[in-house]
Design a protein around this ligand. Structure first.
Ligand SMILES: [Zn+2]
Length: 376
């Protein structure tokens, strides 16, 4: 059996949201080509490469409203019908522009997550990675944060038809608000999001006091962090919160959203992780040895995205990824190394503030949520 599957097709990366939009699907192509330059898909590596399929309307409707789906379909082909894009949070110059073909693009990235979920559920591979997924902000009736359809929710809804418990861990720099909202009232999905605090960053939610309600009380977990949080304190918080909760919850399937906008070079966020810190989290997920659906997410520095997701897939598939990158890749994209050799510069004062913030968040999670899981 192959160790890992990667879901990709160039169709996932050819659309353009808007010429000046920070979300550039071509980052997926950068990643695929970097992995390809290491021989990840040459048939000899312990890795499968699969094409996505479009999600069906029925699958999309497990989370989204019919009205929203119909509106996206119309906008995508340049029509409006009875709808105003603004009522679904689309606007020409905002986060969520209407662009030609967006319905098909959203169906394909959602279907890619479903292909990955099917592979993992059927135990064809221990882990499947859809770098085009992880669009965690989309809400039932509107677009949000560059996300049209919420593929993590749709994939989890599919998994829940076959298994009892799913854990969703979101290490994107932004709070995984759409996924949290979908499962806020249930204990069948444990959602854990580590993110830059909503005090400083979109979407503004994800406070440590958001812990779920009703049967879901204690099954939504948030670890807000301060700007300039580095690898060391991020990993500390991850190990203090994520690992004990996953061990206690014992999910049938682990779903991870692996956004890389926590990287210190990311242009729209303020955490200070390196590719090594990000990769260490991915190694922790692998070490859990739970059927694992891995999704992409945010990440707006093209080099950081390509390098971090290449390293992540290297962990999943057990690939050797020596430095430096191949000459041909270097010439095409100007990237020389996968891993940074230097740490980001963080003022000692900011370092102290960020550490205190992380300690406070971890303390509050332990106080509010750990007793529900019989953890101390
Ligand atoms: Zn993000």
């Amino acid at each position: 059996m192959k160790k890992a599957a990667f879901i990709y097709d160039p169709q996932l990366s050819t659309h353009v949201l808007r010429d000046d939009h920070v979300m550039r699907p071509s980052r997926l192509q950068y990643t695929f080509e970097l992995l390809d330059s290491y021989g990840a898909f040459d048939g000899k590596a312990p890795s499968l490469l699969l094409s996505p399929r479009k999600a069906t309307e029925e699958e999309v409707l497990t989370f989204h409203t019919r009205e929203y789906l119909e509106a996206v379909k119309l906008f995508s082909r340049g029509e409006h019908g009875p709808y105003d894009p603004l009522q679904f949070n689309f606007s020409q110059y905002g986060d969520n522009p209407v662009y030609p073909g967006m319905y098909e693009a959203a169906l394909l990235s959602t279907g890619a997550s479903l292909v990955a979920a099917e592979l993992v559920l059927n135990k064809e591979v221990p882990v499947a990675f859809n770098i085009s997924g992880g669009l965690h902000h989309a809400m039932p009736g509107h677009a949000s944060g560059f996300c049209i359809f919420n593929d993590p929710v749709i994939a989890i809804n599919y998994l829940l038809k076959h298994v009892s418990r799913v854990a969703y861990v979101d290490i994107d720099c932004h709070h995984g608000d759409g996924v949290q909202a979908a499962f806020y009232n249930t204990d069948r999905v444990l959602t854990i999001s580590l993110h830059e605090s909503g005090r400083w960053l979109f979407p503004g939610t994800g406070d440590v006091t958001e812990i779920g309600q009703g049967r879901g009380l204690g099954y939504s977990v948030n670890v807000p962090l301060a700007p300039y949080t580095t690898d060391e304190m991020y990993l500390w918080a991850f190990r203090e919160v994520v690992l004990p909760l996953l061990h206690a919850y014992r999910p049938d399937v682990l779903v991870t959203q692996l956004g890389v906008d926590t990287h210190f070079n990311d242009p729209i966020t303020h955490l200070a992780l390196t590719s090594q810190g990000f990769t260490a989290c991915v190694e922790e997920f692998r070490n859990l040895v739970v059927p694992w659906l891995a999704l992409g997410g945010g990440g707006y520095d093209m080099s950081a995205v390509a390098r971090c997701w290449t390293l992540a897939y290297g962990v999943m598939a057990g690939l050797e990824l020596p430095e430096p990158v191949s000459a041909s890749y270097r010439e095409r994209y100007g990237i020389t190394h996968l891993r940074e050799s230097e740490k980001p510069p963080v003022e000692p004062e900011m370092h102290t503030l960020a550490r205190r913030f992380a300690e406070e968040s971890v303390r509050e999670v332990k106080r509010l949520v750990f007793p529900v899981h019989r953890l101390t």
